[in-house]
Ligand binder design. Structure first.
Ligand code: TXA
Ligand code: MG
Length: 353
């Protein structure tokens, strides 16, 4: 399949491009489009065929439901059951924005994006191109992140091309995604609300609008967040978390087989003989979120055999960053030489499972 790539102005989307992309969606085809979080792989959320094509293009497990993207709050009404008053009042404040809400699904709304669950995850993205595309298509758009299953999300059209080129009809290219990390997924079917996936909208800020928000323990959240049980965000090379001391020690070894993914501040303290991939500034954790998946891709393209990454503080946007890092590293931590030896000896292919 030939994937057509069209450049679109992020602030003032060209009408021709939008109507061509909407035509693809209406015909049941797939269009990757920018959102403020990451690029999405969109198809008609009410079409069984389009949803099936999304799973095929990504190689995604068929029980992992898709987020349905809408362009107005009116579009939500036929999709969901009763929405609690507090949540309903919060909608115009948090949408459009990087937060996905899981509602009870109206039985009349097709369940192809929800994979038969009695809930539906919905988000109104804060990106002109996404909103115009949804409006012009006339249907809600189901869109997972535009990467092959288990891989880091795509934050640019080039990433999408690398992941899905030749497997989808079209890519709308509007440059880099603003946040670079996916939306926060919140279960609003019960009180208090629960975070199913930390993301670009911090829990601290969201709780101002939704009241208390709990982080459920794994055993409670697993059945409610079907996607979280799968491996995610894996670069093609081994990656481990490393302590500050270990990073310093590694840099002194002058061994370019191991890339060091760290903040600009830390990078500034390391010598030039080691291979450093700066992620962003510690004084602006959002810059680390924005560059995180890109740094995984730089590791893949580098000459290094493996990478180590510096942790960030787990609060605010740091919670979402560390959630992605923990999955990408499989929770492997290197804080002494013995752990480093075991990490370097481990089979790379096991990182991709
Ligand atoms: O920022 C984002 O959320 C991006 C952009 C494109 O909107 N989308 C995205 O989609 O990250 P995806 O498919 O990569 O992740 C969606 C997550 C998965 O963990 C999935 O299991 C969960 O949302 N999800 C979807 N529907 C759900 C439902 N009904 N109940 C619980 N979790 C659900
Ligand atoms: Mg994803």
């Amino acid at each position: 399949m030939l994937t057509k790539i069209i450049k679109v102005d992020p602030l003032n989307p060209e009408k021709g491009a939008i109507s061509e992309a909407a035509g693809v969606i209406k015909r049941g085809g797939l269009v990757a489009f920018p959102t403020e979080t990451v690029y999405g792989l969109g198809g008609d959320a009410t079409s069984e065929e389009a949803c099936r094509a999304i799973y095929e293009a990504k190689g995604r497990e068929s029980d992992n439901p898709l987020i349905v993207h809408i362009g107005s709050v009116e579009q939500l009404k036929p999709m969901v059951g009763r929405v609690e008053g507090g949540v309903s009042r919060a909608l115009p404040v948090i949408w459009p924005g990087p937060v996905t809400l899981v509602f009870r699904r109206n039985r009349k709304f097709p369940d192809c994006a929800s994979r038969g669950l009695d809930t539906v995850a919905v988000r109104m993205p804060a990106h002109r191109v996404a909103l115009e595309l949804i409006k012009a298509s006339g249907v809600p758009i189901a869109a997972p992140s535009a990467n092959r299953s288990k891989r880091p999300s795509a934050t640019s059209a080039d990433d999408v091309k690398e992941e899905l080129g030749g497997r989808i009809d079209m890519i709308l290219d509007s440059g880099e995604a603003t946040f670079g990390i996916e939306s926060t997924v919140i279960d609003v079917t019960r009180r208090p609300c629960a975070v199913l996936r930390p993301g670009a909208f911090t829990r601290e800020e969201l709780s101002r609008y939704l009241g208390d928000i709990i982080i459920p323990t794994a055993s409670v959240s697993a059945p409610r967040a079907p996607g979280m049980k799968y491996r995610h965000y894996a670069p093609y090379k081994k990656l481990a978390l490393a302590s500050g001391r270990m990073i310093l020690e590694l840099s002194r070894m002058k061994d370019k087989k191991i890339a060091i993914l760290c903040s600009e501040e830390t990078a500034g303290r390391l010598g030039r003989e080691c291979l450093v991939i700066p992620i962003g500034s510690r004084s602006d954790p959002y810059s680390i979120a924005k560059n995180l998946f890109g740094s995984f891709r730089k590791l893949e393209r580098s000459g290094a055999e493996a990478g180590v990454i510096e942790p960030v503080e787990e609060r605010g946007i740091g919670l979402a960053i560390m959630n992605r890092v923990e999955k990408a590293t499989k929770g492997v931590v290197v804080s002494n030489r013995e752990q480093l030896r075991r990490f370097l000896e481990a089979d790379s292919s096991s990182w991709m499972d």
